[in-house]
Design a protein around this ligand. Structure first.
Ligand code: C5P
Length: 217
């Protein structure tokens, strides 16, 4: 594989998606939002009325769904679900769906297929450790839980009518599940560059990443 993969992992609300999208535009790489893939499968499962522990049916619906990125929007069975996948009912269930190894395998394959002949920036939880262990460069973004909760709250509150505390609790719960599951848990790869985004704006974080990328040549 001669094309380049930039892997960006980290906990919920660390700024990964915004930074990954902007970075991909700056350097003209394709952006893969792996969380959006897990969210879209979760949306499908919930819409079909399937419980999150009904693995057999979850796999059936996941295998019979079409998932595509078109211009950075995610399409589920031909419908743009980019907004719907960010809603609170998806947030509260997505980590349970992401625990299922067969679901992870499906989503890993989608990411690898997209990256087959393109330079990509990919963000998620297991990109540097599992999906692309040979990535050209790996970043691990983090921030204080208070700051991460505020960022998610500002994204969500008008749509979902929730409190900052509820968002904070949900982030803590999601991070716990993501970091403690058996199948490729959230973890910083040994060769990943750690960036704490607390108190930094997007431009500052991107500048830091571009510096590290330029040092690689
Ligand atoms: O990044 P985002 O918050 O959209 O991800 C939603 C959820 O999808 C995460 O909390 C996690 O459970 C799951 N996920 C994952 N592995 C990835 C990306 C996301 O398990 N690579």
């Amino acid at each position: 594989m001669n094309n380049k993969v930039i892997a960006i992992d980290g906990p919920a609300g660390a700024g990964k998606s915004t930074v990954a999208r902007r970075l991909s535009e700056r350097i003209n790489f394709t952006y893969i939002d792996s969380g959006a893939l897990f969210r879209a499968v979760t949306l499908k499962v919930l819409k079909c009325g399937i419980e999150t522990d009904d693995v057999k049916n979850i796999l059936y619906y996941a295998k019979n769904s079409s998932l595509d990125f078109i211009n950075n929007s995610i399409y589920l069975d031909g419908e743009d679900v980019s907004s719907e996948i960010r809603e609170a009912f998806v947030n509260s269930k997505v980590s349970y769906i992401a625990m299922i190894p067969e679901i992870r395998e499906i989503i890993v394959n989608i990411q690898r297929k997209i990256a087959q002949n393109k330079d990509v920036v990919v963000d998620g939880r297991d990109i540097g450790t599992t999906v692309f262990p040979q990535a050209y460069i790996k970043f691990f973004l983090t921030a204080s839980v208070e700051e991460r909760a505020k960022r998610r709250y500002n994204e969500l509150c008008d749509k979902n009518k929730c409190t900052l505390e509820e968002v904070r609790d949900q982030i803590i719960e999601r991070d716990y599940i993501d970091a403690h599951r058996e199948a490729s848990p959230l973890r910083q790869a040994e060769d990943a560059i750690l960036i704490d985004t607390t108190g930094k704006n997007i431009d500052e974080v991107i500048a830091e990443m571009l510096y590290h990328i330029s040092m690689k040549g």
